[in-house]
Design a protein around this ligand. Sequence first.
Ligand code: E4P
Length: 223
Amino acid sequence: MKFFIDTANLDQIKEAQDLGILDGVTTNPSLMAKEGISGEDKVIAHYKAICDIVDDNVSAEVIAVTYDEIIKEGEALAALDAKIVVKVPMIKDGIKAIKYFSSKGIKTNCTLIFSAGQALLAAKAGATYVSPFLGRLDDIGSEGLTLVEDIRTIFDNYGYPTQILAASIRGPLHIIACAKLGADVMTGPLTAILGLLKHPLTDSGLATFLADHKKAAASITQQ
Ligand code: E4P
């Protein structure tokens, strides 16, 4: 399972990269705005800075919503760095644009997926990734994980190479559930990734090991 971090914060991206387990980054206009990044030059510089930190897979989202504009913006983003994945919204012009990008060998991430039918259309258009938003479905009382399960079944039935990128992950339990369901990738905040590290028995077990080691060392010194 690939691990992407869902942020535009450079310090958090560096921290995850330093852990040695990071496979990519997803951003969106809200995450860029949260870091105070606006204006074409700043946005481009920020994507370049992210690409300098990670090895691959940097999702950069288009703002455009019409076919011609999506193509123009997406091609400009893709030209920034070979690591860029053009993130395109699940709309009619977005599907057409994904088909075009796919024919040009430009990687795409179809975002804002909330149904299996949307994922199927994106896969048929040749999307590299589809991003079902689990947390936002859970927020409205719908089962986000069921969507991942349905998409996995459909993609496996027909051998679609499109990868399921489980997005809108809220915590470590979401990550584990997605891994069990066979999601190809998860993108989540640093807190969700670091949450996987934690278990109280690990902490108490380590404290005991260290205390026992200290006692044994002290008794050898006294002999
Ligand atoms: C990722 O590509 C999405 O933009 C992101 O996971 C959305 O997450 P949120 O629902 O926490 O905003």
